[in-house]
Write a protein that binds this ligand. Structure first.
Ligand code: LLP
Length: 430
């Protein structure tokens, strides 16, 4: 807890609001965002491009946290967003994201989803596979309209991260394979289609990546591809989208480069390579999700029961768990925990922080070093702003938590706590 803000009462403070006050007002589990942190991250990404004086777009990967308030916030800061489903597209539009600033990803976009994107005339559809070209062509022909597209390729890069979130390797389910010639074939098909305007290329090598090297290798591969396509098909890309995946800090073990430094290295590599092959510099796009939302939120839980068997186990249970944060169970992700009332209190015990779900895998923090705790104490787990709420479930019919945005000492409820009745909304046999 050495990086957190602490107020005069010695309590954890989020966006200038006392965390214990938040809990009194909104209950637990509660996901509390520090809005200034999100704005600062956005600014740093943008600054890297502005300083380098290159054309760019930062598009927020909204799967990280897709609240309407988040779309509104990132749109107000001049960002676009990417969506990966009809549901995210619907939310982005409702959240005030201009249609032209939306790009649509996914390896199996449904015809109905593609039609929704065409009707909304979004900024671009990222073409992932041959089937999608056929679906989209049918829709565009029927509606006598056009849409800009970007072609996604798998660059054949193995990112150093968990295999579930690594996506750039040749056997990935995403994007056209380059080596087998399928990417060439896809480009030719798109270039021949008068209803799809190919604006550029896209790749994404994975998520929670700390080494900039993978991005540089991907950039090299992509520029090589652009050169090849320029020479063979006379194709000139307006956009080079290098995806997201910038690693963030969950615990002291994580030492990410600041976003502006990371981005600057990528920009320099692209510039260098593009100049070397004498192509005009395309717009460079990046798609950070976690890096914008992740570190900005802390989840607050109320401590309940515990179980101690000397020399065997020490479990400390809270009122949430795998329903609001599946990441430890799914990816063995590590988190820190501390008491909101005394974030820097001395560690007196090592416990396993577990949730209230009927499953042994329902663990939040494996080895949490904590001071003595009592039932009713508030436990804070930081860095829960990305892939927490969006991957939440109603398992065991536990309602999903409330979410607040905190800024300048003010807390605003952005997603209310789910009720038992909400959870029965889709049950038609009453
Ligand atoms: N662009 C594309 C095409 C992506 O597939 C993703 C993430 C991103 C951007 C954003 O990646 P980020 O900057 O957030 O790392 N649920 C997993 C992460 C899955 C990421 C999937 N794609 C987790 O909780 O770690």
């Amino acid at each position: 807890a050495d990086t957190v803000a602490i107020n005069q009462s010695g309590h954890l403070e989020i966006g200038g609001v006392d965390s214990l006050k938040l809990v009194k007002q909104f209950g637990t589990p509660l996901i509390a965002y520090d809005v200034k942190q999100i704005k600062a991250k956005i600014k740093h990404f943008k600054q890297a491009f502005e300083t380098a004086k290159v054309p760019f777009r930062v598009t927020y990967a909204s799967k990280a946290f897709s609240a309407l308030a988040m779309y509104r916030l990132v749109a107000s800061q001049g960002l676009g967003c990417d969506v990966v489903s009809g549901g995210e597209l619907y939310a982005a539009l409702k959240g005030g994201m201009p249609a032209k600033m939306i790009e649509f990803h996914g390896n199996n976009k449904l015809p109905a989803e593609l039609e929704m994107a065409v009707d909304a005339q979004i900024g671009c559809i990222v073409i992932d596979n041959f089937q999608e070209i056929d679906f989209l062509d049918e829709i565009l022909t029927r509606k006598q309209t056009k849409i800009p597209v970007v072609l996604r390729v798998a660059p054949g890069i193995e990112a150093e991260t968990h295999r579930y979130i690594s996506t750039g390797q040749q056997n990935s389910k995403f994007g056209f394979d380059i080596l087998s010639g399928q990417a060439d074939q896809a480009l030719q098909q798109l270039l021949a289609n008068p209803r799809m305007k190919v604006r550029g290329v896209h790749c994404h090598i994975g998520s929670q990546i700390f080494a900039v090297n993978g991005f540089l290798m991907a950039a090299d591969k992509m520029v090589e591809l652009l050169k090849n396509w320029h020479d063979r098909f006379n194709f000139e890309a307006e956009i080079l989208n290098l995806g997201g995946g910038f690693g963030t800090r969950y615990t002291n073990e994580d030492q990410p480069l600041p976003p502006e430094e990371f981005t600057t290295k990528i920009i320099q590599e692209v510039k260098k390579r593009i100049q070397a092959v004498k192509l005009p510099l395309p717009e460079i796009w990046i798609e950070p999700g976690r890096a914008l939302a992740g570190e900005a939120a802390t989840t607050l839980y109320t401590i309940g029961s515990r179980k101690d068997v000397e020399g065997v186990c020490h479990f400390l249970a809270v009122d949430g768990g795998m329903g609001d944060n599946i990441r430890p169970a799914l990816y063995q992700a590590k988190y820190e925990a501390f008491l909101a009332a005394k974030p820097r209190a001395l560690d007196e015990q090592v416990v396993t922080v577990v949730g209230k779900y009927c499953e042994s895998g329902d663990v939040l923090v494996r080895d949490a070093a904590l001071p003595n705790t009592h039932p009713g104490d508030i436990l804070a787990i930081p860095s829960t702003g990305a892939y927490g709420y969006t991957m939440a479930s109603n398992y065991n019919r536990n309602p999903r938590p409330a979410v607040v945005f905190c800024e300048n000492g003010q807390a605003k409820l952005v997603i209310r706590r789910e009720t038992y009745a909400d959870m029965l909304n889709c049950d038609v046999v009453k």
